[in-house]
Design a protein around this ligand. Structure first.
Ligand code: SF4
Length: 265
């Protein structure tokens, strides 16, 4: 009924688990979703930190971080993810301030001049029982012992203890991907929450990677089943509040079959 995807990324795995119908709209039908202020701000700050790491270690200074934010803002001002936000002058000024503030918070957590990175915005791809795993790692470092550290910048809030386990699932996916590509399990996956200048470090283990493998394959089987039967069940949660497909969701009186015709591409 629907073509089965041949690859999965951490965000797609979580998207299917969160709501199979929203997954169908975004990942199978590939219907566009309008940008939001938090997603565009997050992408822009990631870009600024990427640009900072284009400098040699000794030049990763606070001034160069400011220049990297300037460059990222210049790039984004003509990008649809920014222009479609429809900012007025005050909104645009606040957006700039928020981006700069988030970027500066990064420097409260580490000195980028002391980092030995293997790469930034690294695109990794590996086979898992015939399924392609794909993901982009914000940064991969090598520490003084030669161990790999996966670094993931987060521009949203750090999860409370109740949600921490759930929000770290994607992290183990990155560790699995890294182990498959580099033949070396990362010693740590470090999540850097820029807003609160807070870090969470996760140590991948044999058990956590086995669990991630089983979970990913189980999700893929469920995706295959849904594509074959056409049954992508909606799953209501707090995420419905920000779901851009709500108008076409049966849980809210909508008709999913009309989404492809009514959402402008
Ligand atoms: S509104 Fe909620 S249940 Fe409906 S598609 Fe979106 S996330 Fe799923």
């Amino acid at each position: 009924m629907y073509e089965v995807p041949t690859s999965l990324s951490p965000s797609r795995v979580e998207s299917f688990i969160n709501c199979p119908l929203a997954f169908r709209f975004s990942s199978i039908e590939k219907l566009p979703e309008p940008p939001t202020v938090p997603t565009t701000r997050g992408s822009l700050v990631h870009r600024a930190l990427e640009l900072l790491f284009h400098h040699p270690a000794s030049e990763r200074t606070p001034d160069n971080l400011e220049l990297a934010v300037d460059a990222a803002l210049t790039e984004y001002r003509v990008h649809p993810d920014y222009t479609q936000l429809g900012f007025n002058e005050a909104d645009a000024a606040q957006f700039d301030v928020d981006c700069r503030e988030l970027s500066r918070r990064y420097l409260e957590m580490e000195d980028p001049a002391a980092v030995t990175e293997v790469g930034v915005e690294l695109w990794l791809e590996a086979d898992l029982n015939g399924l392609q795993l794909r993901g982009i790692i914000d940064r991969l470092d090598r520490d003084e012992s030669g161990d790999l550290i996966v670094v993931d910048y987060k521009t949203g809030r750090a999860p409370g203890p109740k949600y921490e386990t759930k929000s770290l699932q994607g992290v183990h996916f990155y560790a699995l991907l890294c182990e498959k590509v580099y033949g070396q399990r990362p010693k740590e996956v470090r999540l850097m929450y820029l807003k609160s200048a807070q870090q969470i470090a996760v140590t991948p283990t044999t058990q956590s990677l086995q669990h991630t493998t089983r979970r990913t394959l189980a999700v893929f089987e469920a995706v295959e089943r849904a594509c074959t039967t056409g049954n992508f069940a909606p799953k209501q949660s707090a995420l419905c509040r920000s779901c851009s497909f709500q108008r076409w969701c049966p849980e809210f009186g909508g008709d999913p079959a009309r989404a492809a015709d009514e959402i402008p591409r």
